[in-house]
Design a protein. Structure first.
Length: 243
């Protein structure tokens, strides 16, 4: 570990708390504020007026932009990029090679795995999970405790437990024997239908969710639109990579 002594503090002029371990190759703007017990690894860069709260660990090669707020007890792995004006909530974990664009808000207790890309103006609620290689489109609103995942049975899987009254999920069918191979299945509560069927006729439950300006109906529709936006971004990314 590399102890950050008073002599080095005077030279760089940024504020920091007690018991910090900061590698001498780290480049920290003089206006940055570093809390106590913070670890900052080799070749880390921290920008203008950025705040790193107590007991946060920032691994080597990570680049953090200007006016970023990183709360306490956060673990950031190697080679992460966090652009300007972002917020990372306490007890969150950010995996290696993840890219977080400008004006992204990540609430506390989130698990962001490796090679994730989160585009600008996205908001992620508390206790969310993003598994490896996930892309979140810009202006995406991910509600609390939602999960986006890859698993053995489906190419990709998204789960939103608190978007509205019932659980909402979506997955891409990868069983080549299925007549619906390579299509998206979306489940809202007890209704499971193809994405295209939801798009053609979303208002399929007049008794519980009528097409009127009521909170339950609005929440259900917004949850579906979140799923639809992510599927669109996923497909766009896949098609771009194939080309």
């Amino acid at each position: 570990m590399w102890k950050f002594f008073t002599k080095l503090t005077r030279r760089n002029k940024f504020e920091h708390g007690k018991d910090c371990d900061i590698h001498p190759t780290a480049k920290i703007d003089p206006t940055a504020i570093i809390g106590k017990g913070v670890f900052i690894g080799k070749d880390v860069e921290i920008g203008f007026k950025t705040t790193i709260d107590n007991y946060t660990h920032i691994s080597e090669g990570t680049k953090i932009g200007d006016r970023v707020i990183i709360e306490d007890n956060i673990y950031i792995k190697k080679n992460v990029t966090i652009e300007n004006n972002c917020f990372i909530g306490q007890f969150s974990k950010i995996g290696r090679n993840t890219f977080i664009d400008e004006f992204v808000n990540i609430d506390g207790h989130c698990d962001i795995f490796e090679n994730v890309r989160i585009l600008d103006n996205t908001s992620i609620g508390i206790s969310c999970t993003l598994n490896n290689d996930i892309l979140l489109p810009n202006d995406f609103d991910m509600p609390s405790e939602a999960r986006i995942d890859f698993n053995f049975y489906h190419d990709s899987f998204i789960s939103i437990p608190r978007g509205y009254k019932y659980l909402a999920t979506a997955y891409k069918i990868n069983d080549k024997k299925s007549p619906y191979y390579d299509l998206w299945m979306v489940q809202l509560g007890c209704y499971s239908r193809l994405l295209s069927e939801w798009q053609e006729n979303f208002w399929n439950n007049d008794r519980e969710f009528p097409k009127v300006n009521k909170p339950n109906s609005i929440a259900r529709f917004k949850t579906f639109k979140r799923i639809e936006a992510w599927i669109e971004a996923y497909e766009k990314t896949i098609n771009t990579e194939v080309k």
